[in-house]
Design a protein around this ligand. Sequence first.
Ligand code: HEC
Length: 143
Amino acid sequence: MNKIGQIKLPGFILTGAIAGTITLLFAFAPMPQTKDWVAPPSAEKVSNPVTSDASSIEAGKNIYKKNCYDCHGKKGKGDGPKSAELDKNPQDFTKAEFQKQSDGALFWKITEGKKPMPSFKNELTKEQRWQVINYVRTLGKKN
Ligand code: HEC
């Protein structure tokens, strides 16, 4: 009796350890919707050559309406008319977490795109991409 008990005990511990490990792996596995899009450090350091003033913000607003509004929504909350059909949530531009990224990082993301977000490398000139960033910055200020 005692012997069987002693043989069984390690088995139980082992099964428990394996089950525990699997549970932990699932618990800590990255969630599919987490924010994991990071611009390379060299892109982050690039500074915005377009001054943020009334005219560049106005130009950026028009670019935004035509090219970004559908997914990112009027106020940049990621609730545009097309957002429901995307398999990934557009980010919320009003959040401090988004706004703390550098202009260079945003420029890189807008240039490259990441499915379902399109690349704007050929769609917008560099100046237009910087202008739209100046506009996106204003979305973070209102809250
Ligand atoms: C077809 C829908 C769609 C359009 C159009 C679109 N985006 Fe996006 N955008 C997304 C989605 C979805 C993400 C999230 C991608 C991810 O994190 O994998 C995103 C992410 C971003 C990000 C990065 C957010 C972050 O913190 O990582 C920026 C910046 C951005 N979009 C700007 C723009 C701008 C500016 C335009 C217009 C010039 C635009 N997007 C047009 C869907 C879109």
